[in-house]
Design a binder for this molecule. Structure first.
Ligand SMILES: [Zn+2]
Ligand SMILES: [Zn+2]
Length: 441
């Protein structure tokens, strides 16, 4: 299988405070949790490679200059029409091809909505990044075809960093991100498979943070080699899929459920045998009572503790900090109250396809019995834009069951319909029949 080694969003243009990748093999991937400027941007108009200047160096005002001369100059600092900014402008970074230039004062992806003037609208894009040639030395780690991956993964989990990521908010060692970085860096080489398989082998580690890092890895790379072990582990005891394993790297606390969710949500068509196992597991989980599906976070510190430490480190004032942390806690609690129900209401891609939607509509009563109130999330799912108008009848089918089984009072259902009008596929084709049924009760 060929692997695309390109920056996400066609590459980032970064300000002077953010690193531009100097190594052509390094590229931006969101799983790494840190932004890095693409070092291989190319212009589709003039075909030149885009050059990025050092932090702070920018064009003098009202100056006349030749873009070709700028692009060809070996040392931009020596050019008479460029100057180092005052302290205020030190964040800027000048980019140029032979037909255009751009001053980045923040970090922005090349692919964006172009709604604001500050968002780049340029004919530039990531030209792809070659895979590294082995052997490669990354700080203390040496990677060659004979590398012992259990040892390398263990070294990273114990604090060996393959590349300094310059994450200002880091609370300490961040092996979860480093493993993701290394996997992204090696993708396309056979050793990347050995790396992910060795990560999976640490799933049953006694340290909950190691488990959290393994889960973090497979949440982001849910088709990497070794994920079958993670899936088999979930199958062996469905009741532990919602347990959280907080890690200091980033919220939320990774769970087995999140691995299942990303695997199913991003499954290609046709799905493979492992996808089918995940799908069947998720269907069974819809019926597992919430009361027998513990959602506890394991480990000495919770996601909220890490969030507090991170923001304190960034120097937030106490009042703002408390406000933001309370908000953070509320959001986390709403996501963690019932992960299955939350996914029903929020994760349309996980429950896509006519058959799966039909299954959910047919079983709304059992799904609600597992966690009373889930009828709302199911109805919200069924009335989104997916498969409309073809699957619109499922809303009526499920709504009739809600009424017959008294899952909701008529007022509750009416309130849901009225709230639904702000977003989603709201159409008389289903609103009228449901209102008629409500009127008849
Ligand atoms: Zn150009
Ligand atoms: Zn790139």
């Amino acid at each position: 299988m060929s692997v695309e080694r390109v920056c996400a969003q066609s590459g980032l243009l970064v300000d002077g405070d953010t690193r531009v990748a100097a190594d052509p093999c390094e590229y931006f991937h969101p799983a790494v949790g840190v932004q890095v400027g693409c070092g291989r941007l190319r212009c589709t108009s003039c075909k030149a490679w885009v050059r990025a200047g050092p932090p702070g160096l920018g064009l003098m005002e009202n100056t006349r200059f030749d873009l070709r001369a700028l692009h060809a100059a070996p040392d931009w600092a020596a050019l008479p029409f460029l100057e180092q900014g005052y302290v205020l402008f030190n964040r800027r970074r000048l980019y140029a091809c032979t037909c255009l230039h751009w001053t980045a004062e923040s970090v922005a992806p090349i692919e964006n909505d172009h709604e604001l003037e500050s968002e780049p609208n340029l004919p530039w894009g990531c030209a792809g990044h070659p895979a590294p040639e082995l052997p490669v030395r990354l700080t203390q780690l040496v990677i060659d075809a004979q590398a012992s991956w259990p040892q390398l993964v263990d070294a990273i989990l114990r604090g060996s960093c393959p590349r300094e990521l310059e994450r200002r908010e880091a609370l300490g060692p961040e092996p979860g991100l480093w493993l993701a970085w290394l996997y992204v860096y090696l993708r396309g080489l056979a050793v990347a498979d050995e790396l992910s398989a060795a990560v999976a082998d640490r799933l049953l580690d006694a340290d909950p943070q190691v488990v959290g890092r393994v889960l973090y890895f497979f949440i982001h790379f849910s088709r990497a080699r070794g994920v079958d072990k993670v899936i088999a582990h979930a199958e062996a005891d469905l009741h532990r899929v919602a347990l959280g394993y907080p890690i200091p790297e980033t919220p939320p606390a990774p769970t087995l459920w999140a691995v299942l969710s990303t695997r199913l949500g991003n499954a290609p068509d046709p799905r493979d045998a492992l996808d089918a196992r995940v799908e069947s597991m998720v269907e069974r989980l819809l019926f597992v009572p919430r009361s027998s599906l513990p959602h506890d976070d394991l480990g000495p510190l919770g996601t909220g503790d890490f969030e507090r430490q991170r923001r304190e480190r960034l120097g937030w004032d106490p009042d703002t900090l408390e406000y933001v942390l309370n908000d953070f806690a509320r959001l986390r609690a709403s996501e963690r109250a019932d992960v299955v129900g939350h996914a029903l209401g929020r994760s349309a891609s996980m429950f896509a396809g006519a058959e799966r939607r039909r299954f959910i509509a047919d079983h709304i009563v059992e799904i609600d019995q597992a966690a009373p109130g889930r009828w709302r999330q199911v109805m919200t799912l069924l009335s989104d834009w997916h498969g409309k108008p073809a699957q619109g009848h499922l809303i009526v089918l499920a709504g009739a069951r809600v009424i017959q089984a008294h899952l909701a009072t008529p007022d509750e259902l009416r309130a849901w319909i009225s709230a639904r009008r702000s977003y989603g596929w709201v159409n008389d084709a289903w609103v009228a029949p449901l209102e008629a049924m409500l009127a008849a009760t």
